[in-house]
Design a protein around this ligand. Structure first.
Ligand code: AMP
Length: 284
């Protein structure tokens, strides 16, 4: 049975009951418009923890003026269905005034330098908005573990840093990206895509694949191969970058673990994807 909490009070009541039971608590944070990627996070949470909270909050703080806040898909009834099917205990779906009673907060979490590159360069202030709401939701839900998708690799890295830097007592669990059968990473924004857009959107995954295939030849070859696929598909890239997974800085050596990240525009929709790989000659 999935209960719905709209207020902090209702959430706190459930949370206190579970604390009294000594139950371990998981949180999966979402902006609604749930899909099988969110479902996978929930399933992982279900496996590892006694109680699962899903938060469903379209956070205005992480959208810049002119971004897609107003047209972002809102599918609450279907979200609740998915939560019921996946055995979620509590769906916390507050409105903006419940989360930000004083309006947009002047005090926010600062993401730091990694918040200004890649996604942050295209979306100024985005990660401060993300970290601020994640910090608040961690306080409100007080979980033992919080589950996030590798699909949003930069976000995941920044959340892990925040949790460490600010001593949140929560374990962050990373969940691999869930894809459609043809490779397209699931995203709530895929609902914006026309049939033609959807075919073009496959270029993101194909670009990552092409990069991965030449990983042994080094970083330059990886980025060149990925860019080539996007150019051939006439999908304009915002960025194609290899970063060091531990610092999220551009990869400076020509070998080792890396994340290949891509952001591109398909029609009017901006999509992101990434893959983890090892660059340079494999050790034999
Ligand atoms: P969102 O509702 O898009 O903000 O995403 C909520 C959470 O679901 C984040 O931790 C995302 O990284 C994760 N997520 C979104 N899409 C996927 C996917 N295709 N596979 C795995 N996790 C995902």
């Amino acid at each position: 049975m999935t209960s719905v909490a709209r207020t902090r009070g209702e959430l706190a009541e459930a949370r206190a009951e579970w604390a009294a039971q000594g139950a371990s608590v998981a949180v999966v944070m979402t902006m609604g418009a749930l899909h099988a990627g969110h479902g996978e996070l929930i399933r992982r949470a279900r496996e590892m923890d006694d109680r699962v909270i899903v938060t469903d909050f379209l956070n205005p703080l992480q959208f810049a003026p002119g971004e897609d806040l107003d047209k972002y898909p809102r599918t609450f009834a279907a979200d609740l269905e998915l939560c019921r099917a996946e055995g979620v205990d509590l769906l916390f779906a507050p409105g903006p005034t419940e989360v930000y009673p004083g309006g947009d907060p002047a005090v926010r979490v600062a993401a730091g330098p990694v918040g200004d590159i890649l996604e942050g360069e295209s979306r100024p202030g985005h990660f401060d908005g993300v970290l601020t709401v994640v910090a608040k939701m961690l306080h409100l839900t007080d979980p033992h573990r919080a589950y996030f998708g590798q699909k949003d690799a930069q976000q995941l890295w920044l959340i892990a840093q925040m949790v460490r830097a600010l001593d949140f007592g929560v374990e962050i669990v990373e969940v691999p990206t869930v894809r459609d059968a043809d490779g397209l990473a699931l995203s709530s924004r895929n609902s914006y895509l026309t049939e033609g857009d959807r075919r073009s959107a496959l270029a993101l995954h194909e670009a990552l694949d092409a990069g991965e295939k030449v990983a042994e030849s080094g970083g330059v070859a990886v980025v060149t191969a990925a860019c080539h696929v996007l150019a051939e598909a006439s999908v304009p890239a915002d960025y194609v970058e290899l970063v060091d997974p531990s610092t999220f800085e551009p990869l400076t050596t020509d070998g080792g673990s890396a994340i290949l990240l891509v952001a591109a525009r398909v029609g009017s929709t901006r999509l992101i994807d990434n893959v983890r790989l090892t660059v340079g000659p494999s050790e034999r």
